[in-house]
Design a protein around this ligand. Structure first.
Ligand SMILES: Nc1ncnc2c1ncn2[C@@H]1O[C@H](COP(=O)(O)OP(=O)(O)OP(=O)(O)O)[C@@H](O)[C@H]1O
Length: 348
């Protein structure tokens, strides 16, 4: 375990004043893949939490384990992958102890996920209304006519103009941004408490990206939706997230409020990511659409992880201890945790 302990920032108060735990709590998650006789952990001892109605950004370069973390929460890890350890608690209930049938119900009703490329998730031969209506009828007892009405309502909710007409459109008749809105509408059909959005804006141009992020923020605010927002783009995090987890090579290396992280990153990897943003380093809201490729070197392949800190070959603050031991996540106060033997000093 990484020594993660939910702190005050994850304890929330109910209207009756009673404290409640986080909506989602991932504890010591390990998800492995077995390929060519080798077993490697794509997600290695990851602990995270998302409060009710909160947005957590999970950020890191390609291959860091962000998507596998999301798929683990959804119960959608496919062979040759498997969850080898840890707990995934939704409102205190361990999802890993659920049957496939129970999980399907939870996926349908409490957790929904949207992906980067909506065209791969929408069926080209059915209209948007058919597919949305189907999603509605899967979760609620409604007649076809009622499901169509609900589909129109959902399209309106996600800001599709002329929803009464668009409901009869086929996916290819809509722009990329509109298709992503339809996917969000599908995800909302079951009125979930948690929405997992895996790179929801990566395939879209910058203006449309901003609109989709604004829509997610609006839904989060108005419906009290919790969002796990997976992105390689710190600009997206700056715009949308309250909390951030930075992942590197299958591990969480820094957890923080977004404000504190952008004000003063403590893990050298986070600092490097922020430096790679154009404009003033780390200025929140800048650098939208930037890929995080400016740190020299690459993420080590999961079957060739170095001993000790996995970032050390790319790190300008490495010390001898980094070669010997994997740095544990250590609480630095105010909900901040960093896995580094030589973190960036606060004043830097
Ligand atoms: N089905 C699979 N079989 C084997 N390895 C896999 C499989 N899925 C993911 N991996 C490996 O797990 C690691 C983590 O992948 P993951 O997709 O979670 O990264 P990511 O951070 O989401 O990156 P990206 O932004 O590119 O999606 C990668 O090394 C990847 O190659």
């Amino acid at each position: 375990m990484t020594g993660f302990a939910p702190d005050e920032s994850e304890e929330q108060a109910r209207p009756d004043g009673e404290a409640v735990g986080p909506l989602l709590s991932i504890e010591g998650l390990r998800t492995e893949f077995r390929t060519d006789g080798h077993t490697f952990a794509a997600v290695d001892d990851v602990s995270l939490a998302i409060g009710h109605g909160q947005t957590l950004g999970i950020v890191g370069e390609s291959g860091c384990g962000k998507s596998v973390t999301a798929l683990s929460v959804m119960g959608l890890v496919q062979a040759p992958g498997r969850i080898a350890g840890g707990r995934i608690l939704l409102d205190g209930e361990d999802l890993l102890a659920k049957s496939e049938r129970e999980l399907r119900r939870i996926r349908g009703n409490r957790i929904a996920m949207i992906f980067q490329e909506p065209m791969t998730s929408l069926n080209p031969v059915f209209t948007v209304g058919d597919q949305l209506g189907e999603a509605v009828r899967l979760h609620q007892k409604k007649s076809r006519a009622e499901a169509r009405e609900r589909a129109i309502e959902l399209l309106k909710l996600v800001g599709i103009p002329s929803p009464e007409t668009r409901v009869d459109a086929y996916p290819h008749e809509l722009s990329g941004g509109m298709r992503q809105r339809v996917m969000i509408a599908m995800a909302l059909a079951c009125d979930p408490e948690l929405l997992i959005a895996d790179e929801p804006t990566t395939a879209l141009d910058v203006t449309i990206q901003a609109q989709i992020l604004a829509l997610l923020r609006k839904l989060q605010r108005e419906r009290g939706l919790a969002v796990m927002l997976i992105t390689h783009d710190l600009g997206v995090v700056a715009e949308s997230c309250e909390q951030v987890a930075v992942m590197y090579a299958g591990k969480v290396v820094e957890r923080s409020s977004a404000a504190a992280l952008f004000a003063a990153p403590r893990h050298p990897y986070t600092a490097g990511l922020l430096r790679s943003l154009p404009g003033a380093a780390g200025a929140a809201g800048r650098g939208k659409g930037t890929r995080l490729e400016a740190i020299p070197g690459v993420v080590p392949a999961p079957d060739r992880m170095p001993a000790g800190c996995r970032f050390r070959d790319r790190c300008d603050r490495a010390v001898p201890a980094c070669a010997r031991e994997i740095p544990p996540l250590v609480a630095l106060g105010q909900g901040r945790e960093v896995a580094c033997f030589n973190p960036v000093p606060e004043a830097a």
